[in-house]
Design a binder for this molecule. Sequence first.
Ligand SMILES: NC(=O)c1ccc[n+]([C@@H]2O[C@H](COP(=O)([O-])OP(=O)(O)OC[C@H]3O[C@@H](n4cnc5c(N)ncnc54)[C@H](OP(=O)(O)O)[C@@H]3O)[C@@H](O)[C@H]2O)c1
Length: 278
Amino acid sequence: MSQRIGTHDVVVVIGTGGMGLAVARRLAAGRRLLLADWSADGLGAAVSALRGEGHAVEGHTVDVSQRDSVEKLAAAAGAAGRVDAVIHTAGVSPVMATARQIYEVDLLGTAHVVDAFLPAASPGTSLVCVASMAGHFASLPADVERHLATAPTEELLHHKGIDLDGEPALAYVVAKRGNQLRVQAAARAWGGRGARLNTVSPGVISTPMGAQELQGAAGAHIQAMVELSGARRVGTADDIASAAAFLAGPESSFITGNDLLVDGGAVSAQRWNTTPSA
Ligand SMILES: NC(=O)c1ccc[n+]([C@@H]2O[C@H](COP(=O)([O-])OP(=O)(O)OC[C@H]3O[C@@H](n4cnc5c(N)ncnc54)[C@H](OP(=O)(O)O)[C@@H]3O)[C@@H](O)[C@H]2O)c1
């Protein structure tokens, strides 16, 4: 079926996993969608599926851990038209990656997206980066927080608080806290272009990544967190798409440099409730 490809209203979705596809389906109708992922096979399948559903979509391979790769994607978005929204969902988790990979993809990758899309931002552009409720469990020294928020991107991985050979689970907590802080610290620069950026921090979400974590070494602990939470269920990718759509749209125009925790109450229960009956 033929499609009308406009030259305006571009939406960029990075990551074609569970959340990326749900976000793309929520935001892409009537816009020009640039869909990006590092796996050419996964990307090709996602582009075909969304095209078949009527979306005007083009695929771009990107490795978010590589600055020049993200810059190429941002340049393509800027050339395609006015960039309305960028939703960054690509990432790796402790069960599937080493600490080094987590820092390179989750921490550095998000910093690359924040940097590279700034020149393509214009009044009304909204960037949403997916962090994690894991970032809410971090309790880091002030100098580590300052480094994560404000260090030049090329120095981001070089700090005594970042152990590239350490525990993946700890790396994930630091990296996701880093996402929240980096976005917070960049809000003024993005505001200079009339643009906004925020993070969404999901709880346990039923995506391929969420399923792998539930089957991994920390699975019983994660399941217990879900049972203790206010919602008493895992989240869906659509729950995250709803939050991303809110932050990408005009109803959140006074919200920037912030984090939206979408966790079914898991973090609050960890703090204030100790047993399922409490
Ligand atoms: N699911 C959860 O329970 C949960 C909870 C909290 C936070 N999060 C965060 O939410 C985000 C999305 O997670 P998800 O559940 O949608 O995961 P997912 O289904 O595994 O999707 C992640 C996508 O990112 C891609 N990717 C990985 N490394 C990349 C790189 N260097 N460059 C470009 N693309 C890359 C993956 O490709 P491949 O599959 O080919 O590797 C995959 O398509 C992640 O940042 C994750 O940390 C998830």
